[in-house]
Write a protein that binds this ligand. Structure first.
Ligand code: ATP
Length: 301
């Protein structure tokens, strides 16, 4: 019977999500297998974010009964700082992002933004405070301008132009015959991986959230494009609280703080230099990835 209800639940969820206009489409498709939806407590107040700190307090979570993914996890990200979350595949990194965006509530423990328990705040207000730059952004078959403004109701032309500048899209816009009116997506102009990432960044800038959740692309961009995107991201991180979920350590080595997650638990934490000096899991992953990088570089020669 559950099987039967799931598609209906999903449709309802998709409809609500589109109506709320808060979630990036890529994120939405990626979460399609979500069959639980968190409910607001009746009369739940909106989150008020003055100092966008993020705090996980003894958070335990699993998708299925009997399989715990995050175990009694506690950490704090101070307002205005960047924390990276790294760790082996399946460690639970993306799950932390999904809990912060409140796709699920923790089974135990609390998640606080600026001291307020997000499970008790209005869901839409939690999502409005967080901008996600996902791994793979999906573009709508619509104009470039529409794709940038999506998610921020009432964004005017000036806001879209400013966001495009902030995301270093101006060069592309100038090259396009119809500028922001150019049709993009499957049926329009196909954008490159790097350009799509820039649209996602511009979309986030229009929303202007105090908290950023970066979910690093696993599909590697070429080195130069990647460096340019990283520079752009570093620029937009200024003045915001950032949580960066990363697979490649080279992209987060300069984060204020790095949390190393292993099987749902915090194995190590510190900055890049102190984690290397410690000679533990991070140092091991770094050495491993460094040798992969040099092999790739040799192969490219
Ligand atoms: P990766 O680096 O490979 O992206 P990760 O550290 O981000 O991995 P998560 O995506 O958080 O890991 O997944 C942690 C665990 O939770 C994995 O074992 C995964 O199979 C499981 N998991 C993820 N999503 C779901 C879901 N919707 N339902 C059930 N289990 C899930």
């Amino acid at each position: 019977l559950m099987q039967l209800f799931r598609p209906l639940d999903l449709l309802g969820w998709v409809y609500r999500t589109i109506r709320q206009g808060l979630v990036d489409m890529g994120e939405m498709f990626r979460l399609m297998d979500t069959d639980v939806e968190v409910e607001d407590i009746p009369g739940a107040p909106a989150l008020i974010v003055r100092e966008p700190s993020v705090r996980f307090e003894n958070v335990t979570f699993g998708y299925d009964p009997g399989r715990t993914i995050l175990k009694d996890l506690s950490f704090e990200v101070r307002a205005g700082t960047t924390t990276a979350i790294v760790g082996p595949s399946g460690a639970g990194k993306s799950t932390i992002g999904r809990l912060l965006f409140r796709f699920y509530d923790p089974l135990q423990g609390r998640i606080l933004i600026d001291g307020q328990d997000i499970a008790k705040a209005r869901q839409a207000s939690v999502r409005a405070a967080i901008g996600i730059v996902p791994q793979d952004s999906v573009l709508f078959n619509d104009t470039l301008g529409y794709n940038i403004a999506y998610g921020a109701e009432g964004a005017d032309e000036a806001a879209v132009e400013e966001a495009a500048r902030g995301a270093a899209l101006t060069g592309l816009v100038e090259r396009l015959p119809d500028g922001f009116e150019t049709l993009v997506g499957e049926r329009g102009l196909k954008l490159s991986g790097g350009e799509k990432q820039r649209v996602a960044i511009a979309r986030t800038l229009v929303k202007n959230p105090p908290i950023l959740l970066l979910d690093e692309a696993t599909s590697a961009l070429d080195t130069r494009t990647e460096q340019e995107i990283l520079d752009t991201l570093h620029r937009i991180e200024r003045g915001r609280t950032t949580i960066a979920i990363a697979h490649r350590l080279s992209t987060i080595a300069d984060a204020d703080r790095i949390l190393v997650l292993d099987q749902g638990e915090l194995a190590e934490e510190g900055d890049h230099a102190s984690l290397l000096a410690r000679g533990g899991l991070y140092a091991e992953m770094w050495t491993q990835q460094a040798s992969e990088r040099s092999e790739r570089a040799e192969a490219a020669e």
